[in-house]
Ligand binder design. Structure first.
Ligand SMILES: Cc1ncc(COP(=O)(O)O)c(C=O)c1O
Length: 414
C-alpha cells in the first residue's frame, strides 16, 4: 500500500521514514573515524586515537565517595525536574565565586550534560527558520542541535590570523531579523582559542545594538585556560546582556566527569522555565546520584583543577612544538581546552607513496590513519578547512609517538 505524506511524497505503509528534522544529519565523520580506528585496533594495529573529547584523568576520589554516600543515603529516586536545591545552590555559589554572576535558584537549570542544556535551550526558543550564529570552527553538535530544533545554523568563519575568533564586523553582518542566538564557546572545541576581555567586548557591543539576539555562552572549558589568561564570560562583562544570556557550564571537562552527565545553565527565569518544559517531557531529572557527586565536585577541594590544567599545558606545548617542526604543518598555540587545530594547507597537492592525492584535510586525516595508525579529525568536520584537530587528552608518551608518526608520514609525501 502506498501513502501520500503531507508534502506529496509517496511511501509504503511499513517503510521506515525519518522525520525531516533529522533528515540532513548523518552519522558524523568523527564517529566514522572512531569506528575505523576501533576496527583497526581489533585487528591488532597499534592505533593512537587523538580524537577524544574527554580528559584522560579519573574522576576525583572525593567525588566518587560522595556518590557512594548518596546511594547509601537513599538518594536514588526522582529529584526536582531541573536539579536538586543542593546542587542549584552549589552552582549559584560557583557562578558567584568564579564568574561574579548572581543567579537565584530559579534562574539555574541542571541537565544530563551541557549538551542537554543547550538542546533544551534551542528546543525551547527556536521556531522553524530561526537562525543561530555559530563561530566556525565550531563543535559539530551545535549545528545538528539547531537543525533538530528546526532552526538554521549560520556559520561565520573565524580567521586564523584572528586566532579563529569571531570578528565583530563579521558578526554584525551575519545578524538578520531571524537571528535568535549567538553561540560563543571560549575556550573553543575544536580550536582551543579563548577570548580575552578585550577580544570579547567588541562582540558584546554588537549584541547590545541588536536586542533581539540572545547570547549562549558555552563555558564548559572554563577551567582549562593556560598562561594565566583570565577566563571571562559574556554576562559577567556586560551586565546589560544578562537578561538575554544563557551561561552554560558543566562538570564533564573540569572534573573528568563525562560519564556522570551533569551540565548546568544560568539565565533569565522565563528561559529557564521554558527549558524545564522541554526536559520534563524528555528525560526528567538528571541522575540523582550524579547530582550528589556534582555538589561535591563544585563545593569540595578545587586543587585538582590547577594540577590538571598544568598537565594539559605541558601537553599542549609538546604537541604545538612537535607539529610546527613538521614541514607543511602550522599550528597556533591555543589558549585553552585540550585541542590543537593545525593547518595542513602546506601539504595539499602532495601525493602519498601509493600516488593518492592529498587534496583536502579529510584526505590527509585518512592518510594518517591508513599509513601510520594515528586518528585525528579534519577541520572540515567543524566547519573550517584545511585543518586537523588533535585532542591532547592523552599521555605524553602517546602524544610523542603520534607526533613522530605524523612527521614520518609527512616526510614521504611528494
Ligand atoms: C564545546 C562543548 N560544549 C559542550 C559539551 C558537552 O559536554 P557534556 O554534555 O558532557 O557536559 C562538549 C563535549 O564535548 C563540548 O565540547
Amino acid at each position: 500500500m502506498s501513502l501520500s505524506a503531507a508534502d506529496g511524497t509517496a511511501h509504503s505503509a511499513t517503510e521506515f521514514r525519518r522525520a525531516k528534522r533529522i533528515g540532513a544529519i548523518s552519522v558524523s565523520e568523527i564517529l566514522r573515524i572512531g569506528a575505523t580506528a576501533a576496527q583497526r585496533r581489533r585487528e591488532g594495529r597499534p592505533v593512537i586515537v587523538l580524537g577524544a573529547g574527554e580528559p584522560d584523568f579519573d574522576t576525583p576520589d572525593n567525588v566518587k565517595a560522595a556518590a557512594v554516600r548518596a546511594i547509601g543515603a537513599g538518594a536514588t529516586k526522582y529529584t526536582i525536574l531541573d536539579g536538586t536545591p543542593e546542587l542549584k545552590a552549589a552552582i549559584a555559589a560557583k557562578f558567584r565565586r568564579d564568574n561574579g554572576l548572581d543567579y537565584a535558584l530559579d534562574e539555574i537549570t541542571v541537565g544530563a550534560g551541557g549538551k542537554q542544556v543547550i538542546h533544551n535551550a534551542f528546543m525551547a526558543t527556536l521556531d522553524p527558520g530561526d537562525e543561530v550564529i555559530l563561530a566556525a570552527p565550531y563543535w559539530t553538535s551545535y549545528a545538528d542541535m539547531v537543525t533538530i530544533a528546526e532552526g538554521v545554523p549560520v556559520a561565520v568563519p573565524g580567521r586564523e590570523d584572528n586566532g579563529f575568533r569571531l570578528d565583530a564586523a563579521d558578526l554584525e553582518r551575519a545578524i538578520t531579523p531571524r537571528t535568535r542566538w549567538l553561540l560563543l564557546n571560549s575556550p573553543s572545541n575544536p580550536s582551543g582559542a579563548a577570548y580575552s576581555e578585550a577580544q570579547l567586548r567588541p562582540l558584546l557591543e554588537v549584541l547590545r545594538r541588536h536586542p533581539h539576539v540572545w547570547l549562549l555562552s558555552d563555558d564548559i572549558y572554563e577551567h582549562l585556560v593556560y598562561d594565566d589568561l583570565p577566563f571571562v564570560t559574556g554576562a559577567q562583562l556586560e551586565p546589560a546582556l544578562r537578561e538575554r544570556t544563557l551561561t552554560v557550564n558543566g562538570v564533564s571537562k573540569a572534573y573528568a566527569m563525562t560519564g556522570w552527565r551533569i551540565g548546568y545553565g544560568g539565565g533569565p527565569r522565563e528561559l529557564i522555565a521554558a527549558m524545564a518544559v522541554v526536559q520534563s517531557q524528555s528525560t526528567s531529572n538528571p541522575c540523582s546520584i550524579s547530582q550528589a557527586a556534582a555538589v561535591e565536585a563544585l563545593t569540595g577541594p578545587q586543587d585538582v583543577l590547577a594540577q590538571r590544567r598544568e598537565a594539559f599545558r605541558v601537553r599542549r606545548d609538546l604537541v604545538v612544538e612537535r607539529l610546527n617542526a613538521i614541514e607543511g604543518i602550522a599550528c597556533r598555540r591555543p589558549e585553552g581546552a585540550f585541542y590543537t587545530f593545525a593547518s595542513c594547507a602546506g601539504l595539499l597537492g602532495r601525493h602519498t607513496p601509493d600516488g593518492t592525492a592529498i587534496d583536502s584535510d579529510s584526505a590527509f586525516c585518512r592518510y594518517l590513519l591508513d599509513a601510520v595508525d594515528v586518528a585525528v579529525v579534519p577541520g572540515s568536520c567543524f566547519g573550517l578547512a584545511p585543518y586537523f584537530r588533535i585532542s591532547y587528552a592523552a599521555s605524553e608518551a602517546s602524544l610523542r609517538e603520534a607526533c613522530d608518526r605524523i612527521a614520518a608520514a609527512c616526510r614521504v609525501l611528494s
